[in-house]
Design a protein around this ligand. Structure first.
Ligand code: PNS
Length: 167
């Protein structure tokens, strides 16, 4: 069976999912029938939230898209996961020039590993170009207001994680 041209895999740590990620998914759905949001277990980063928490946040944040978005946890190499999903495209959000070097390296390495898989980049809405999960976690840890950047479920979870406040 040939790989689907209508499905794209959006990999990342999503620790936690932000409105920037949500915006990129919405844009991708204008071009593809299905987005597989793939949360990597094998990432070099030490996450704040467990894989189950990140999955639950993404499911809630993207519920409005119904079956057009699937949230999946994956182990091992991304290109192998993309092939298992019968897809041939990887989606990444590109915010600023500073993202480019890492993204370029990753895209070309993935191409080297699997030549038939392409990486596509979409830019989030201007208002989200300065967002990153790392910065949001720092603001949350220091008690700042993150309501403009992350869905309510993440906001509550951060409040609880950093300040022990139950929702
Ligand atoms: O959101 P992130 O942390 O920038 O995403 C990085 C991610 C998860 C896409 C990358 O670490 C990844 O693809 N990990 C899976 C293992 C893999 O295939 N590594 C080689 C990538 S060239």
């Amino acid at each position: 069976m040939s790989a689907s041209r209508r499905r794209i895999v959006y990999p990342g740590s999503f620790d936690p999912i932000t409105y920037g990620h949500v915006d990129v998914v919405a844009r991708a759905l204008q071009l593809f029938d299905e987005v597989v949001l793939a949360i990597a277990v094998d990432s070099t980063k030490k996450p704040l939230f467990t894989i189950e928490e990140r999955q639950a946040f993404a499911e809630k944040a993207l519920a409005t898209h119904g079956a057009k978005v699937r949230i999946v946890v994956f182990h091992g190499l991304l290109v192998e996961f993309v092939q298992e999903q019968n897809a041939r495209a990887i989606l990444r959000g590109l915010r600023a020039v500073s993202d480019f070097e890492f993204e370029f390296q990753m895209a070309l390495m993935n191409r080297k590993l699997a030549d038939s898989i392409e990486t596509l980049f979409l830019m989030p809405r201007g208002a989200y170009t300065y967002l990153s999960s790392t910065i949001i976690k720092e603001i949350g840890r220091l008690g700042g207001d993150v309501s403009a950047f992350v869905p309510p479920v993440v906001q509550e979870a951060m409040r609880q994680k950093f300040h022990g406040v139950k929702p």
